[in-house]
Design a binder for this molecule. Structure first.
Ligand code: NAD
Ligand code: IPM
Ligand code: MN
Length: 362
């Protein structure tokens, strides 16, 4: 069994808290397996800024490029959110830089209902208990990265500019990832865009439509993103894969968290290629942020990070059995009513972690 190199970047706020919890689960889940994991640790974003004066150092990029997987807790916070440093958008945010440098363009953000969590959702019975949505977010392009961008003062006052732009190749590769993922699920894909009003989304819609010809077994529906958001909340159980650009995918993945009962439950993978049945390197991070409002209190829900580790085992380390074992343990803990405050419970981060570890053998 080869050794796998994993770069661990706990990050800021609750990032280190949920990372510590998830690494304990990884340790317990792989204890009797033949997986050999070599973990190395580094700082990212705010933590890196405080120590090195950069959100993501060259050394960190180099280590991430050769790792089999990168684990990121969460980054950001009011202390660093308004710092501007020279360079493009990737220099402003450590995580954005890593995604870009690693070309980790395929952002898988699954949101599902869990037994035991339904009562924590705002849905009435029958609407969301079997919801299982995979938001596939393009991670390396679009309005968050395209140039020109900037701020200036004009005669008319202050002016700010971002550019929404996608190349055909960028759209094609994320569309292909979406169709492949849909093929392995329930065979349906919604593509969310604003092709009614914006040129880049006209190209998005055209290219996704062209790629669809190679996947006749997948039923593709184009939706305007505003309506997609509305329909996702009206009838979440009808959605399977939902594909969107960097910005729309960001919004829709937080929105999809409503079906799970908490943003704290959502994992993600940013894969450096389309899933193809074999291992693909990637960055694994919960969908949530650094949650400054609860940081340091020991009450963050660690499940988003724990499930991100399960995604790493599945997609980068070729260990789907261990991934399933972790998911089953999480499901059992939630079904047994173990709940952190975001799920209206009183369990601490370490209570939840212990509950998952206890159920790994079940
Ligand atoms: P957030 O996701 O950090 O928090 C939103 C809300 O959800 C808060 O009420 C928070 O307490 C709650 N929450 C989030 N994760 C939770 C968890 N695991 N357990 C319990 N409750 C949880 O979003 P925000 O407050 O808008 O952003 C805070 C900072 O995080 C900002 O600097 C932002 O840029 C950054 N951010 C980082 C990432 C990332 O690292 N991937 C993602 C989103 C936001
Ligand atoms: C996310 C976050 C990030 C993003 C921020 C922190 C750069 O919201 O991972 O969803 O916009 O991608
Ligand atoms: Mn986000």
């Amino acid at each position: 069994m080869p050794t796998h190199d994993i770069l661990v970047l706990p990050g800021d706020g609750i990032g280190p808290e949920v990372m510590q919890a998830a690494l304990a689960v990884l340790d317990a889940a792989t204890e009797n397996s033949d997986l050999e994991l070599r973990l190395s640790f580094d700082l990212l974003h705010g933590a890196a800024w405080e120590r090195y004066g950069a959100f993501c150092r060259e050394e960190t990029v180099a280590a991430a490029l050769t790792a089999d997987a990168v684990l990121a807790g969460a980054v950001g916070g009011p202390r660093w959110d308004n710092i501007r440093v020279p360079g493009g958008p990737e220099m402003q945010d450590g995580l954005m830089r890593l995604r870009k440098e690693l070309r980790a363009y395929a952002g898988l953000r699954p949101a599902r209902a869990w037994p035991g969590s339904h009562s924590r959702t705002p849905f009435r019975p029958g609407l969301a208990e079997t919801a299982d949505i995979l938001v596939l977010r393009e991670m390396c392009g679009g309005v968050m990265f395209a140039l020109p961008r900037g701020q200036e003062t004009r005669a008319t006052g202050r002016y700010a500019l971002d550019t929404a732009a996608y190349s055909e190749g960028e759209i094609r590769r994320i569309a292909e990832a979406g169709f492949r993922l849909a093929r392995g699920r329930r065979g349906r894909m919604v593509s969310a865009d604003k092709a009614n009003v914006m040129e880049s989304y006209r190209l998005w819609r055209a290219v996704v439509g062209e790629v669809a010809a190679d996947y006749p077994d997948v039923r593709l529906t184009h939706m305007y993103a505003d309506n997609c958001a509305y329909q996702m909340m009206r009838r979440p159980q009808d959605f399977d894969v939902v594909i969107g650009c960097n910005l729309i995918g960001d919004f829709l993945s937080d929105l999809a968290a409503v079906v799970s009962g908490s943003l704290g439950l959502l994992p993600s993978a940013c894969l450096r290629g389309a899933p193809h049945g074999g291992p693909v390197p990637g960055i694994y991070e919960p969908v949530h942020g650094s949650a400054p409002d609860i940081a340091g209190k020991g009450i963050a829900n660690p499940i988003g990070m724990i499930l991100s580790i399960a995604m790493m085992l599945e997609h980068s380390l070729d260990a789907p059995d261990i991934a399933r074992k972790i998911e089953a343990a999480v499901g059992q803990a939630l079904a047994d009513g173990v709940a952190t405050p975001d799920l209206d419970g009183t369990a601490s981060t370490s209570d939840m972690t212990a509950a998952v570890i206890e159920r790994l053998g079940a």
